[in-house]
Design a protein around this ligand. Structure first.
Ligand code: NAP
Length: 215
């Protein structure tokens, strides 16, 4: 499948960049990354916790170091998964184009990049910085939860950014019924989050007293 993708260079490594806030990371993200690794023949998946997202009020997001450490704890047992500090070490708003450029130029031969994130974010790409270059440099894997309307996705893509169609692949992940919002809400209500996130992450949330007060 991968060798037929537009812009794909045969013989170059395939690198997945898993973009998101990861506040906190959970089993849905891990299942997504593993499924993408297998379906798209990725040599590795690099989780890139967002630094200061350009489009968000950062008061309501946990400190980047917490999100980085939880992500690192979560991926420990998978040798194909890596966590990058690239975005969290920028002390200004970060843009996906800068991240993709960084990883595209970082290796020789230049890798085929697959940017993996939620489908709704991908539908907004035409508003992102330098999106035309982004579309040239990367293939996109748009991840959906059960119940997500695929008609809505295709219609919106057709309306807003038809040139993206060749570069976007949908991936439905039943395990994404779990969400970070749901985990934060459960912690705030004193409910268990066991099995919704790897145990070291659960312990970290407890020890650092994260999410005790609902945002
Ligand atoms: P977000 O707030 O973390 O997530 C939005 C939705 O997508 C949530 O439902 C989330 O579920 C889901 N999601 C997030 N990451 C996912 C992943 N890797 N796999 C599966 N589902 C995922 O993220 P966002 O603010 O929409 O941003 C997503 C990515 O796009 C980030 O890497 C961000 O930097 C990038 N972005 C770039 C620009 C730009 O360059 N101008 C603008 C917007 C976004 P959970 O809450 O359960 O994670």
């Amino acid at each position: 499948m991968v060798s037929h993708l537009p812009g794909h260079r045969n013989g170059s490594p395939n690198i997945g960049l898993m973009g998101g806030t990861f506040d906190p990371i959970h089993v849905g993200h891990l299942v997504t990354a593993e499924e993408a690794r297998q379906q798209f023949d990725l040599n590795s998946v690099i989780f890139v916790p967002a630094g200061i997202p350009p489009h968000k009020d950062h008061e309501t997001i946990s400190h980047p170091e917490h999100r980085y450490l939880m992500t690192t704890l979560a991926v420990m047992s998978n040798p194909a998964f890596i966590v990058s500090r690239f975005e969290i070490d920028q002390h200004e708003p970060t843009y996906t184009i800068d991240t993709v450029r960084h990883f595209a130029k970082d290796q020789s031969p230049e890798p085929n990049i697959f940017f993996i994130t939620g489908a709704d974010a991908i539908l907004e790409i035409f508003t992102w910085k330098d999106y035309e270059e982004l579309l040239r440099l990367s293939t996109f894997i748009a991840v959906t939860r059960p119940g997500y309307s695929l008609d809505h996705f295709h219609e919106t893509l057709e309306r807003n950014c038809p040139q993206m169609k060749q570069k976007v692949h949908l991936l439905e992940i039943p395990a994404l019924a779990v969400s970070s919002t749901h985990i934060r809400d459960r912690v705030a209500l004193g409910k268990t989050i066991k099995y919704l996130t790897p145990e070291p992450v659960e312990q970290y949330i407890k020890k650092m007293e994260l999410y005790r007060i609902q945002n």
